[in-house]
Design a protein around this ligand. Sequence first.
Ligand SMILES: CNc1ncnc2c1ncn2[C@@H]1O[C@H](COP(=O)(O)O)[C@@H](O)[C@H]1O
Ligand SMILES: [Zn+2]
Length: 354
Amino acid sequence: SVRLFKMEKQADIFYRELPKVELHAHLNGSVSFQTIEKLIARKPHLNIEHNMTAIRNGQRRTMDECFRVFKVIHQLVDTEEDIFMVAKDVVNEFAADGVKYLELRSTPREEIKTGLTKRRYVETVLEAVKQCKGDGVDIDVRFLVAIDRRNGTEVAMETVKLAEDFMLSTDGLVVGLDLSGDPTVGHGRDLLPALVRAKNCGLKLALHLSEVPSQLEETELLLTLPPDRIGHGTFLHPDVGGSQTLVDAVVKNNIPLELCLTSNVKGQTVPCYSEHHFKFWYQMGHPSVICTDDKGVFSTDLSQEYELAATTFGLSHEDVWKLSQQAIDCTFAPETLKQQLKQRWIDLRPRVFR
Ligand SMILES: CNc1ncnc2c1ncn2[C@@H]1O[C@H](COP(=O)(O)O)[C@@H](O)[C@H]1O
Ligand SMILES: [Zn+2]
């Protein structure tokens, strides 16, 4: 059954060979089955089993249960060595899945027991990224420092300062800020000053917005920034309790959406794949980027997510190609790198459509 779990599903070769851009991946949510195995072996005393760290196909969880899963993974990943291994494995796995450009995000964590500091946390992730580059892994990686909304105003401001420092000292590896965490906890108004500061110092903003219902007021407020990208945006449109005003603000500012089909279905904020809001935004021609969110926790990968979008919404291979290509313009990469990626897509096309 272990084997079955690992191989539960594999996307068709077209989707695996398709060059892809991943813009919404939480480091600790992206830890694979294989890496979890190594972590469990390092920490047998925690008595953690695989079924506590991943949601298999056909299974559903409440959002609350999803956030309990992250707590379990955080117990397994609490030293510099763990973070280094996890980051290296995750980057290698995305590369093996055909991802050519990855924006990884993670919440800097302090662990008193192991002496881990938030600064070392970020440094360790960046060291792993650089080592992958040095090893010749075929992927460009950038990092977004994440704010966990549950931690409030002061921690948010500290996190922005940390991100600012890294943005200035890592020649371009740290490009922005993520706002995430349990959407039912805390309020965006308390985080607004930190987000304004981040924006003013040149950090790009990728914010989880309207991931659950009844966040209208918060979303309206945070859209005034405006953010550079939106994670999920599940409840923005009027049919699901959002509003036309919100949709208009997103469209007017041309803010790309990061859409994560399996995450939303398994986390039960969307009833089924065919009712995913990808349809709404894609039909409008609004920049929509397919992403994984937490490939480990939701037992998926980016190829599968593209295949799911294609089969659910009847996209041709040509449509899918355009979708992955258009994601390049939604990255926080500098213009030169965007141009290189566009050239990569041109070069790789014959092999994908052979
Ligand atoms: C399912 N939808 C989601 N909504 C909101 N935040 C999420 C999330 N999935 C993950 N995270 C955020 O990412 C953290 C784990 O990775 P890192 O420890 O930061 O690498 C979670 O603790 C949560 O804050
Ligand atoms: Zn997310």
